[in-house]
Design a protein around this ligand. Structure first.
Ligand code: GLY
Length: 362
C-alpha cells in the first residue's frame, strides 16, 4: 500500500492506494460509523458491512440533489448521529460528493472518509475536497470544500465496472499525464493501449488488473495522477488560480456531457482534443505535440469529433450558461506543450467561433 497525504487548508487527507475495501473496519469504530453506500455496491459487498449502520442510496446523477441530502439528514437523526459519528461514503463520484456534502454540513461538520468504487472517482471526484450537489439543473452549484480523513483506493473493486465507466476514468488519467508531462505522459503513450485492451478481455479474472512485472500498472497510473492532483490542491484548495489547470479539457467537456449524454470522462477526452486544437489554432501548441496527444486520446476509442450540427448548437447553448463564466468571458485552459498548461480569460464568443471553425475543418 502507498499513502499520499494531502495537506490542504481545510484539513489533511490520506490517500491509501492499494488498500482494500474489506479492511475499512481497521480505520473506523463500527459503533460510531455510518456508511452511505450505492445500491449496486450494497448488492456486491453489502454483506461485509452488516455490523455497520448503513444508508443505501441510488448513486445516479439524477439523485445528486438536495432531496437526497435531506433524506440522509433524516436518517442520521434517526441513527442519533452526534459529533463523534463518522461517515463513510462507498460508491462512485455521486455517492462521495453527496457524502462529503452531508458530512461537512450536518452538525456543522463531522468527520468522514470515502471508498470510491469507480476509476473516475478514484482519480478525481473523491480526492481534493470538492463536495457538492446539483441544483436547478446546474452541476455542483451547492457545495463545500472539506477534506475526507482518508480515501481507500482499491483497484480490485474496478473489476465489475463496465468498459465505458472504465474509459471515463482513463480520461482524467490522460488529463493528469498531459498536465504533468515527462515520464508519466510517456508511460501512458507506451502502455495505455495494453491497459485498456486487457480490461476489455479480462473483466473478472483475479489478475485482470495486474499487468506488468512491477505489479499493478493501473494503480501506478492512479498514484501518479493523485500525486499531481494532491500537489495542486495543497497549493490552491479553493481554486483561486492554479487549481483551474485541473479543468483542462473541462470547459467544453461539461457542455458535451450534457449535449451528448455521455460519461464525464469521455466528454473530457473530447474536451481535451478541443483544447489542443484551439491551442494550435491560437499558435500556442505545435502540430507535432498536438498529434502526440491526439494519438494517446485515440487509444480510448472515444470519438474525438464534436458531433453533428444540432449537438454543436447544444454544446454552444450550454456553454453560454456555464456557471464559471464571468460576464461574457470565461477562464479557458490552453496548452503550450505537454506539461505546460496555462489559463487565459477570453471572450466566450471566441470559444464559440473555435467550435464552428474546428467542426468545419474536421
Ligand atoms: N475535478 C477538478 C478538481 O477537483 O479541481
Amino acid at each position: 500500500m502507498k499513502t499520499i497525504t494531502v495537506t490542504a487548508k481545510s484539513g489533511k487527507s490520506r490517500l491509501l492506494i492499494n488498500e482494500k475495501l474489506k479492511n475499512l473496519h481497521k480505520y473506523c469504530n463500527i459503533d460510531e460509523t455510518i456508511i452511505i453506500m450505492d445500491k449496486n455496491i450494497a448488492r456486491l459487498y453489502g454483506n461485509s458491512f452488516n455490523d455497520f449502520k448503513t444508508i443505501i442510496i441510488d448513486g445516479s446523477e439524477k439523485n445528486k440533489n438536495i432531496e437526497t441530502v435531506v433524506n440522509i439528514y433524516k436518517k442520521l437523526l434517526e441513527f442519533s448521529c452526534d459529533r463523534h459519528s463518522f461517515i463513510v461514503g462507498i460508491g462512485g463520484g455521486v455517492v462521495t460528493d453527496i457524502t462529503g456534502f452531508v458530512s461537512s454540513t450536518f452538525l456543522r461538520g463531522i468527520r468522514y472518509a470515502f471508498v470510491p468504487t469507480t476509476l473516475l472517482s478514484q482519480v478525481d471526484a473523491a480526492v481534493g475536497g470538492k463536495n457538492g450537489v446539483n441544483f436547478m439543473e446546474i452541476k455542483n452549484i451547492i457545495g463545500t470544500f472539506s477534506q475526507p480523513d482518508f480515501v481507500i483506493i482499491d483497484t480490485d473493486v474496478l473489476k465489475t465496472l463496465d468498459k465505458k465507466e472504465f474509459i471515463s476514468g482513463i480520461g482524467e488519467i490522460i488529463k493528469c499525464s498531459i498536465i504533468s508531462g515527462g515520464e508519466f505522459f510517456d508511460l501512458l503513450v507506451n502502455n495505455l493501449h495494453n491497459v485498456i485492451s486487457e480490461f476489455g478481455k479480462n473483466l473478472l479474472p483475479e489478475n485482470a488488473l495486474a499487468w506488468n512485472k512491477e505489479g499493478n500498472l493501473l494503480s501506478y497510473f492512479i498514484e501518479e495522477s493523485l500525486k499531481i492532483k494532491a500537489d495542486i490542491v495543497e497549493k490552491d484548495e479553493k481554486e483561486e488560480g492554479l487549481r483551474k489547470v485541473l479543468n483542462f479539457g473541462h470547459t467544453l467537456a461539461h457542455a458535451i456531457e450534457i449535449a451528448e449524454n455521455i460519461p464525464h470522462g469521455a466528454a473530457v477526452i473530447k474536451g481535451i482534443k478541443f483544447s489542443c486544437d484551439f491551442s494550435t489554432k491560437e499558435g500556442f501548441l505545435d502540430i507535432e505535440e498536438n498529434k502526440k496527444i491526439t494519438s494517446l486520446l485515440e487509444f480510448t476509442g472515444v470519438s474525438l469529433s464534436l458531433g453533428i450540427k444540432t449537438e454543436q448548437d447544444k454544446i454552444k447553448e450550454t456553454l453560454a450558461h456555464d456557471k464559471k463564466k464571468k460576464g461574457d468571458t470565461i477562464d479557458f485552459i490552453f496548452i503550450k506543450n505537454i506539461g505546460d498548461i496555462f489559463i487565459s480569460n477570453i471572450k466566450i464568443e471566441k470559444v464559440m467561433e473555435a467550435i464552428d471553425d474546428m467542426c468545419i475543418n474536421r
